[in-house]
Design a binder for this molecule. Structure first.
Ligand SMILES: [Zn+2]
Length: 152
């Protein structure tokens, strides 16, 4: 094991940056990497190594709610869904990374906790991942809505 942080590697990778919809000094809004469980499944990452919102500094604490709300509105509008789920486990990396999951009522098997089974099925190949071409369009449209989101 190299010890390199996976999220820092994503933030530095030119390839991974294609999945970015928005970034600021402290935050990155990016689409879930391929294979993505759903079109519109984004992650909001802290750039700093902070494992939990409980450990935010004062600036992060002030900014996070605004960035989260703005991201959720953009995803809701672009995907045309009534709501966006937010899941923060904090197990995979020492960065706050909120999974922002569009809840599309026309996609059976993605309501509430069932979306976790859906996620695992995609990761093990039991279900097809979201179409990268559609994801590219969603990233571009979310990016357009996030433009000008100057947080501080
Ligand atoms: Zn890191």
């Amino acid at each position: 094991m190299s010890g390199e942080c996976g999220v820092c590697a994503i933030h530095r990778s030119a390839t991974a940056r294609a999945d970015f919809a928005w970034e600021s000094t402290r935050w990155v809004l990016r689409h879930h990497r391929n294979p993505a469980p759903l079109n519109g499944w984004f992650l909001l990452d802290s750039k700093r190594h902070v494992g939990s919102a409980a450990d935010f500094d004062a600036v992060e604490e002030r900014e996070f709610a605004g960035v989260l709300a703005r991201s959720m509105r953009a995803i809701r509008e672009v995907l045309g869904v009534p709501r966006v789920y937010v899941v923060m486990f904090g197990e995979g990396a020492h960065h706050v990374h909120a999974h922002l999951i569009p809840r599309d009522p026309t996609i059976e098997g993605t309501a509430a906790w069932a979306v976790a089974d859906w996620y695992r099925a995609v990761q093990v190949g039991g279900r097809l991942p979201a179409d990268p071409a559609q994801i590219g369009q969603s990233i571009a449209r979310v990016a357009a809505l996030m433009q000008g989101a100057v947080i501080s």
